[in-house]
Design a protein around this ligand. Structure first.
Ligand code: NOJ
Length: 558
């Protein structure tokens, strides 16, 4: 059996904060750092060991912070560097870590480097970005951006185009320029010297572009992606960044869109050539859609189980998995893989299903209380560049009306995860004292909110607390291997973990209807202890039973 090494980052679980929608302290309708500070007791009470902040740097907000105009400062909408340091110190006092989002595939077009770069072709910053002459009246190649039509924007003054794989306001940095890599290292050191414990690295696997920027295979979006999704110098550049990380006891999780398991094993395998501690992969988030969230298809449990099976096996003893089912880039999971009619039941089951696997669990704000998607009926109520780009595409290519589009967006848009956190049943869900929050608040806040969940011992919130506590107290959850049963079932996800003579059996029903469960051969439930359950169980030792809607159980055998 593969040897497994113990590391602190394998034992932690992490809470993700998307600050704008977390908690507003000064009544301007926008979440901020003093708001986060005021909720540290709550965050710690979940049993997490760290916080990952989605970008909190100055930004013109063309992609809500993923367009950074100053890497060494704090967005004034959110507070000051002192506010941040207060959180950092307090987290450390509490034994919690703090991770920053390192967004270096691109900057904001408002960043000083970019402003300089567009002054003239001989400006020292010109080569920080991809400035190219057009081909006649056409852009330098046929690449399309992920967010906004063509991937090249023309600058009249220079008579050149710049590359932006994401929005126009997010010009790509030219990582082939050693000076740019030095800047990245200096940013890393700035935060690490302050005491930050590591980074989530945004689309880090896109940082190396193929030589000559050749034309790509035509697609409706992101044409050219094959030339940068795992570019020729990726490993080399990651090695350079890793060398900085090694000076500190910190960790890095890299976001890797379109990265497969093979890439993950290659980048995350432990040893001298390890590039990343773990990867944020997407395979398991594609089980109700085709390639991208916007192309919907019915949820397939078999597909989900198959993905987990492969990742759990392949990474075991080599690298390490990051485990997540929500973040700021996807619609809420209960609407996707669960059942809003059984919100609490399916929310608890999904929580159990992923946190009991081998890897580091990430929990996104609001996920712990089972927040759900929001219905928005007008385009003008949306905020996100990606939603607008999809409207353009769905309208132009498929003739979608605004109404039809909004219906789809209410199911799939990432904005579903960006509504303000619902703290209480008070006005604006207790998120802000302003008349209006910066973004729509889900009208279901009167029933779904933290205050209510605190009072209910059977809430999703209290279930998360149980799971994380159990994980912390039982090494088998962290270090055990993974074996699946009943692989062909499209209703049950049953797996086992084994570690140092102990066994954990996880049983999850993905169905509102009763499903007949029979203990796998050789396992006697009466010999185990029911350690996690989402319903009261009269006879936990029964080896055959019918599941309740979205029931989950975990048995421990010592
Ligand atoms: C991935 C981030 O998670 C997403 O929110 C962002 O829009 C893109 N990278 C571009 O930075």
């Amino acid at each position: 059996m593969a040897e497994i090494t113990k590391k602190w980052y394998k034992e932690m679980s992490v809470y993700q904060i998307w600050c704008r929608s977390f908690c507003d302290s000064n009544g301007d309708g926008i979440g901020d750092l003093p708001g986060v500070y005021s909720k540290l007791d709550y965050i710690q009470s979940l049993g997490v060991d760290g916080i990952w902040f989605s970008p909190i740097y100055p930004t013109p907000n063309c992609d809500y912070g993923y367009d950074i105009s100053d890497y060494k400062s704090i967005n004034p909408e959110y507070g000051t560097l002192d506010d941040f340091k207060m959180i950092l110190d307090d987290c450390h006092r509490r034994g919690m870590k703090v991770f920053m989002d390192l967004v270096v595939n691109h900057t904001s077009s408002e960043h000083e480097w970019f402003k300089e770069s567009r002054k003239s072709a001989d400006n020292p910053y010109h080569d920080y970005y991809f400035w190219r002459k057009g081909k006649g009246k056409k852009p330098p190649n046929n690449w399309l951006s992920v967010f906004e039509g063509g991937a090249w924007e023309y600058d009249k003054n220079l008579d050149e185009y710049y590359l932006h794989v994401f929005a126009k306001g997010q010009p790509d940095l030219n990582m082939d320029n050693p000076k740019v890599r030095e800047e990245v290292k200096s940013i890393m050191r700035f935060w690490l010297d302050m005491g930050v414990d590591g980074f989530r690295e945004d689309v880090i696997t896109f940082i190396s572009k193929a030589e000559g920027l050749p034309d790509g295979f035509p697609l409706p979006i992101a044409t050219g992606i094959e030339h940068y999704k795992h570019g020729p110098h990726l490993e080399e550049y990651l090695d350079e960044f890793r060398a900085v990380m090694k000076e500190y006891d910190c960790f890095a999780v890299g976001e890797g869109p379109q990265m497969g398991l093979k890439d993950a094993v290659e980048l995350c395998s432990e040893g001298p050539s390890q590039k990343l501690d773990m990867l944020i992969s997407f395979d398991h988030m594609n089980c109700d859609c085709f390639m991208v969230d916007w192309i919907k298809r019915p949820f397939s449990l078999r597909k989900l189980k198959n993905v987990y099976d492969r990742w759990q096996h392949e990474m075991y003893g080599k690298g390490w998995n990051s485990l997540y089912i929500e973040n700021h880039d996807h619609a809420r999971i209960i609407d996707r893989y669960g059942d809003v009619k059984f919100r609490v039941e399916s929310g608890k089951m999904l929580a159990t299903m992923y946190t009991m696997q081998c890897g580091t669990p990430f929990i996104y704000q609001g996920q712990e209380i089972g927040m759900t998607n929001i219905e928005i009926n007008h385009l003008y109520d949306y905020k996100d560049v990606m939603t607008f780009n999809n409207y353009r595409l769905f309208h132009k290519l498929l003739g979608y009306s605004e109404k039809r589009f909004c219906k789809l967006a209410s199911q799939v848009s990432r904005e579903n995860a960006r509504t303000p956190v619902q703290w209480s049943a008070e006005k604006n869900a207790g998120f802000t004292t302003a008349d209006k929050a910066w973004f729509n608040i889900n009208p279901n806040y009167k029933e779904i909110n933290v205050e209510q969940a605190e009072k209910d011992p059977k809430s999703i919130l209290n279930h998360y607390r149980k799971l994380l506590k159990f994980r912390k107290e039982n090494e088998i959850v962290i270090y055990g291997d993974f074996k699946q049963y009943y692989k062909s079932s499209d209703k049950l996800f049953v797996y086992e973990r084994n570690y140092q003579g102990q066994k954990l059996l996880v049983i999850c029903s993905f169905s509102a209807d009763p499903v007949r469960f029979k203990a796998p051969e050789g396992i006697d439930l009466s010999a185990g202890e029911l350690v996690i359950n989402t319903y009261d169980v009269l006879d936990p030792g029964e080896n055959e039973f019918s599941t309740k809607p979205y029931e989950a159980r975990v048995y421990l055998f010592k």
